[in-house]
Design a protein around this ligand. Structure first.
Ligand code: NAD
Length: 313
């Protein structure tokens, strides 16, 4: 049986704290301007994971008093139709934030995601993926920082984990998570190493980390030999596992997660192996770690976008 020693960083609790600070801000905006801040979410197709993410975003937004306008396009929709919808939301006075849920259907072409992010008005870009907002992030003056990496910083700050003067290692260099994560850690005075699929001897690089962020997309990839004893390990990965043997080998026969799997036929696991809990000083669970923070920061960004637009008149 695994003896877990790491302190578990409770994303649900920290996300609730952030949401509690957003809700009064939303109410104040609503009474001042006679309308609630509004988030437009665009979902193309019926990807099951995206359906769940979007449902959670709609629910959390509504609970905080935001108006959430979910616009759907069929999987057969074209890139032109999607760009047209984004332009409509850009032009709408009542929409303060725009989020286009990735991934887009492969049929839209390889450059589709970039073209869509490029088309979103930077003032409404609550995901922070427009090149203007990426540039601001790099310069340390992000107004709308990307939700997941910004959520990780909130998680560290609100858990009392120092960032300055630490060595942070980020595994993954995507535009959505790895790169902006590295920038935010750098701005907080960490010494940052970014690793990726071509990094030689990854475990020995990762083992230097005081703060290790895994954003890879491979179930249980980060094993205890990647982790310096006592390090903080942030697990961004969301991986659906459907193989019974893999679930049993990860969690051990009789574990609650195995029972969950038997009930549902699949479970979600992170990029970090459960045995890392025996080595790490602090660890984010999956589910219930970084995921809820991503949504909380989305709400925060939507309010910030609404306030900035209102201030500009
Ligand atoms: P991505 O596929 O765009 O990028 C993955 C990165 O991992 C790449 O930069 C690649 O170089 C690196 N990588 C892949 N295989 C590797 C290997 N063998 N060794 C070292 N590095 C390797 O993925 P992404 O969009 O950055 O997402 C990463 C994970 O985070 C996914 O599981 C995704 O579902 C999850 N995610 C979670 C949230 C959240 O809210 N918790 C938000 C966004 C993404």
């Amino acid at each position: 049986m695994n003896v877990s020693s790491a302190r578990l960083l409770d994303g649900n609790r920290i996300a609730a704290e952030i949401r509690q600070s957003v809700t009064p801000g939303v109410a104040a905006f609503t009474s001042r301007h006679g309308r609630a801040p509004q988030l437009g979410i665009v979902l193309v197709g019926e990807d099951p994971a995206s359906e769940i993410y979007v449902r959670n975003k709609v629910r959390a937004g509504s609970e905080s008093g935001l108006l959430v306008d979910l616009q759907r396009l069929p999987a057969t929709g074209t890139l032109d139709e999607l760009l047209q919808l984004v332009r409509q939301l850009n032009a709408s006075d009542g929409h303060d934030g725009i989020l286009v849920q990735a991934p887009l259907p492969a049929a839209m072409g390889r450059s589709a995601t970039q073209r869509v992010f490029d088309a979103i008005d930077p003032a409404k870009d609550v995901d922070g993926f427009h090149p203007t907002n990426v540039g601001r992030l790099v310069q340390g003056r992000a107004h709308l920082p990307p939700c997941t990496p910004s959520g990780v910083i909130e998680m560290l700050d609100r858990s009392g984990i120092a960032i300055a003067r630490t060595h942070a290692v980020v595994i993954g260099r995507s535009d959505i998570v790895g790169k902006p994560m590295a920038m935010l850690l750098l701005q907080r005075d960490a010494t940052v190493t970014v690793c990726h699929s071509k990094t030689p001897d990854l475990p020995s690089v990762a083992r230097q980390a005081d703060i290790l962020v895994a954003a890879i997309g491979r179930a249980a990839f980060v094993t205890p030999d990647f982790v310096k004893p006592g390090a903080t390990v942030i697990d961004v990965g969301i991986n659906r596992v459907t193989d019974a043997a893999q679930v049993t080998s990860l969690f051990g026969a009789g574990a609650q997660r195995v029972a969950d799997f038997q009930k549902r036929g699949s479970i979600v696991v992170g990029d970090v192996h459960p045995a890392v809990a025996e080595v790490a000083g602090a660890l984010t669970p999956v589910p219930g770690g970084v995921g809820p923070l991503t949504i909380a920061v989305l709400l925060k960004n939507t309010l910030a976008a609404a306030e900035a637009r209102a201030a500009e008149g």
